[in-house]
Design a protein around this ligand. Structure first.
Ligand code: M6R
Length: 608
């Protein structure tokens, strides 16, 4: 949440800051602002609303200079307003701060500073930090930031500039990501790599409690005790185009269309020259796999639904128990970590605050952590014991799509790998599943051909106020994911039910014309799903079914059908989620919403 950019060099800082912020707007878009050093002063411009509002302000009131910081906000403390926008300054306007995170003890600090005569203009926790740095400032900005941060509780990624230090930006982090970009005679700071890609691919990842001094000539990193740290430069492989819309009207549609390639890119490195499955370097060699007694999966949002799919896939193929927990629940429920647990963390960004905290808790209790993540260099990837990357490329749209399907693929590959070692699947069954996994990118490509059909469905139904998804077994997590997708970008009220639960309460919601989306891919459950469809139809529901062409029972009953590509039962989530993603996308477009930046949301949830 919140995007930060910093630039120091010879070029126009404001252009680089605005361009960087536009690449980070997915992190928050309530307000935006910049502070640029110009001729002995810090010029601050900030505005409530999208980045365009700031652009307009800058046209009227331009700023010049070659050093500055910028911010795009997702509000936590204080409603979106010009005053609450970042950067925040000390009283004299000589120090400016941008911040991502939450200063948890800000009330106490505010009281302390208030007693010393400081006054406050905003409702934010960040402004307190600007005054606290001022309080400790004795002529050395780096020391003032280090001293101030010693008194701060909570999470932060910050950039600080001062009119008295035109040659440096001070950056620091704890529990919120920050990347330092290295250039020639210029250097950069950003919350996320896409903001830097046009200028450099050589980056340093700042670690918790570290503080950096970024000058035109170089980057110096210090640990929490102020001791210089040697950090290896990391070369980012993503190219600029990967983080651009490339002719698509929205990132979400582009990312849905990238799914076949993302899946192939995730699959290929795990198949060796002989065409065999090859999972190495995860600490899951024979002995370790045989020792697993339970799998515990922890994640948030869409990633947690990938985990729910994992429960069905692992239990069916390995015959060992699987627990799936929301990270926000796991971290506060005094969880039991046992010998023989394989602890799986799933996170696209690798930065989600709750997932990170849950992972750290499990690790502190002795669990060995395997992370499935998309972002190389992310905090989760650095702190986990082993990482299985989803090679989906940058996912920019707030609504997760290609990250989800590649997470599912990683789960399927892990299940295959472990099943072979444990001998929990018959050879022929294993071979058939492995062959079907390799066919998935092509099947997903074929599924995308249903786009026009889904678009027509969206046109017919985008005006509904409620939509209910039903599914059983592996279709249940996809019902939940389809429902989340629909509500987060089209704002249609939606819920998902395990179809067998209908008669225990939810069926009371069905009335004449209620839209029910029935996902039915599990052949042995067609009859059960058919009964559920009859039950809702008898109460007036309009049923849109998503099922393979052989599901005659379902096809006969449904009012409308989106036909799914056929595949092995365990792989159906990779197929059935595609029309669910497209449906949410087209409903949002039909309703005229900003698909990539839905209200109240941000891409990377780095605060609790
Ligand atoms: O980066 P993560 O995978 O850890 O993010 C988890 C959720 O915040 C994320 O999946 C969220 O639910 C998406 N907006 C769903 O589309």
């Amino acid at each position: 949440m919140c995007g930060i950019v910093g630039y120091i060099g010879e070029k126009s800082a404001v252009d680089i800051l605005i361009e960087g912020l536009s690449m980070l707007e997915y992190r928050g878009y309530d307000s935006a602002g910049v502070a640029v050093y110009d001729n002995g002063a810090l010029d601050v411009r900030k505005k409530k609303g999208r980045l365009d509002m700031l652009r307009q302000l800058l046209e009227k009131e331009p700023v010049q200079g070659t050093m500055g910081i910028g911010h795009t906000r997702w509000a936590t403390h204080g409603a979106p307003s010009d005053e609450n926008s970042h950067p925040h300054t000390n009283g004299a306007g000589t120090i400016a701060v941008v911040h991502n995170g939450i200063i948890e003890n800000y009330s106490r600090l505010k009281e302390y500073l208030g007693a010393k005569g400081y006054s406050f203009r905003s409702q934010t926790d960040t402004e307190v930090l600007a005054h606290l740095i001022d309080h400790y400032y004795m002529g050395d900005l780096l020391s003032a930031v280090q001293d101030a941060l010693r008194h701060v509780e909570g999470s932060y990624a910050i950039c600080v500039v001062s009119k008295d230090h035109p040659g440096e930006i001070i950056a620091a982090r704890k529990d919120s990501p920050l990347v330092l970009g290295s250039g020639q005679g210029e250097n950069f700071v950003a919350s996320d790599v896409p903001a830097l890609l046009k200028h450099t691919r050589d980056v340093y990842f700042l670690e918790d409690y570290e503080v950096a001094r970024v000058t035109r000539e170089g980057i110096d990193i210090f640990d929490r005790y102020g001791i210089p740290v040697e950090r290896e430069v990391f070369h980012v492989e993503w190219d600029v185009q990967a983080a651009e819309r490339g002719g698509y009207p929205h990132f979400m549609l582009k990312e849905i269309h990238e799914e076949p390639k993302a899946l192939q890119d995730t699959l290929s490195p795990r198949i060796n020259a002989q065409g065999d499955l090859n999972i190495e370097g995860l600490g899951l060699e024979e002995e370790a796999v045989r020792a697993v007694r339970r799998i515990v999966i922890v994640a948030c949002g869409t990633a947690s639904y990938a985990g729910q799919v994992g429960k069905y896939v692992f239990e069916k193929s390995l015959r060992i128990p699987v627990e799936v927990d929301l990270a926000s629940e796991y971290r506060y429920r005094d969880p039991v970590v046992q010998e023989g647990d394989l602890f799986l963390v799933i996170s696209q960004s690798g930065e989600t605050a709750d997932t990170l905290a849950a992972m750290r808790l499990a690790k502190a209790r002795g669990a060995r952590i395997l992370a499935i993540t998309n972002v190389v260099g992310s905090t989760i990837s650095r702190e986990a014991d082993a990482v299985m990357y989803t090679w989906a490329g940058p996912e920019i749209a707030v609504a997760s799509t290609k990250a989800f399907t590649t997470q599912l693929l990683c789960i399927e590959l892990l299940a295959l790998h472990m099943a072979r070692i444990r001998g929990s699947m018959e050879q022929a069954q294993w071979q058939a599943l492995f062959a079907a996994v390799q066919a998935i990118p092509a099947k997903v490509e074929a599924m995308l051909e249903a786009e026009d059909t889904v678009k027509r469905c969206a046109h017919r139904h985008s005006n509904v106020s409620d939509a209910y998804f039903l599914g059983r077994n592996l279709d249940y997590p996809i019902a939940m994911e389809g429902s989340l997708k629909l509500k987060e970008i089209s704002y249609i009220h939606s819920e998902a039910f395990a179809a067998g639960e209908l008669k225990h309460g939810p069926i009371a919601l069905i009335e004449e014309g209620t839209l029910v989306l029935a996902i039915a891919t599990q052949k042995e459950l067609y009859e059960k799903m058919a009964s559920n469809i009859k039950e809702v139809k008898a109460r007036g529901a309009h049923v849109l079914a998503m099922c393979p062409g052989d599901a005659a029972l379902i096809l006969d009953l449904a009012d409308e059908v989106i036909e799914l590509e056929d595949t092995q039962a365990l792989l159906t989530p990779l197929i059935s989620v595609i029309p669910a993603q497209l449906l949410a996308y087209f409903c949002s477009v039909e309703r005229g919403y900003d698909v990539d930046k839905p209200r109240n949301l941000a891409k990377s949830v780095t605060v609790e």
